[in-house]
Design a protein around this ligand. Sequence first.
Ligand SMILES: [Cu+2]
Length: 125
Amino acid sequence: MRIAIASGALLGAAVLAGLVAGATPARSATGESSDAQVVRVVARRFSYTPNRITLKKGRPAVLEFTSIDFVHGFNVPDLHLRADLPPGQVTRVPIMPLRAGVYDMLCDNFCGAKHEEMNGQIVVD
Ligand SMILES: [Cu+2]
């Protein structure tokens, strides 16, 4: 009988712990906040879609890239962001936009004739 009571108390504690854990903002192993703005971006010769990404200043964000055809090179020089984008997988790029502004993004892996046209902007406001 004592065992039954003890296990009941343990179960109650476990449920309570679960509720408390559920009430606190979750963080992934990489430290990304669960309230991050997630923006999916498709990369292909010779464009990013969307090619204008708007983020809220002070709110963490994650850019999720899928490349269709090539290892494009996502680069935002003024934000010191860079990632190779291998096709066939999602490449996540965390970003904490702290300063309002318009930042040019480009592809820095030569991907063909119109490579120079593969660009866009990140707008933080
Ligand atoms: Cu490219």
